[in-house]
Design a protein around this ligand. Structure first.
Ligand SMILES: [Zn+2]
Length: 223
């Protein structure tokens, strides 16, 4: 959905992760953008017929990383050691950074530092060809879905921080429409993903509880 940001001089926080033109993943991205362009967010998150779920998740995860990269990039001047000495999303949620491999014991740090750790960690996962294979025929690892879930869970915290601590700046910069559309797209994507995952294990709910953001928020706010 990065196309919604147009050609304005977007300052990204980390370098944009690009999907090579001409690849199948690039075609999937274009498909998603075309559906989004028609204004149908619900349709845009659905797995296109005959496509591989892992590949769909990979393309969308890269796209969300790029979107958040741009959104956070626009407010970095407002998110400082002084303004945000701890990484939080409102008074109830304070996050301490640990990636589970290099940093096992959670570190209490400022929001800009935390988000730097987080985005660098996501970037490292996306660049890892064994996790996110970009070449046709190279299989996704068995734990791909669980890695993707962790990435999405962590990316959610950046949205949460921007909404809770920097929404005034977002309005001042007239970025709220971008932020809201991006976040809505993200929520819809995660909802449909939860549904697909439940389908694959044969326990998809009959009712449409997964349409309600409440469940999503409850799942993703937990560590
Ligand atoms: Zn901040």
């Amino acid at each position: 959905m990065s196309f919604l940001f147009g050609n304005r001089s977007s300052k990204t926080f980390k370098p944009k992760k690009s999907i090579p033109e001409g690849s199948h993943q690039y075609e999937l991205l274009k498909h998603a953008e075309a559906t989004l362009g028609s204004g149908n967010l619900r349709m845009a998150v659905m797995l296109p017929e005959g496509e591989d779920l892992n590949e769909w998740v990979a393309v969308n995860t890269v796209d969300f990383f790029n979107q958040i990269n741009m959104l956070y990039g626009t407010i970095t001047d407002f998110c400082t050691e002084e303004s945000c000495p701890v990484m939080s999303a409102g008074p109830k949620y304070e996050y301490h950074w640990a990636d589970g491999t290099n940093i096992k014991k959670p570190i209490k740090c400022s929001a800009p530092k935390y988000i730097d750790y987080l985005m660098t960690w996501v970037q490292d996962q996306l660049d890892d060809e064994t996790l996110f294979p970009s070449k046709i025929g190279v299989p996704f690892p068995k734990n791909f879905m669980s890695v993707a879930k962790t990435i999405l869970k962590r990316l959610f915290r950046v949205y949460a921080h921007i909404y809770h601590q920097h929404f005034d700046s977002v309005i001042q910069l007239q970025e709220e429409a971008h932020l809201n559309t991006s976040f809505k797209h993200f929520i819809f994507f995660v909802q449909v993903l939860i549904y697909y995952v439940l389908l694959t294990i044969g326990s998809a709910p009959k009712s449409h509880w997964w349409y309600f953001p409440y469940h999503f928020v409850m799942i993703f706010h937990k560590r």
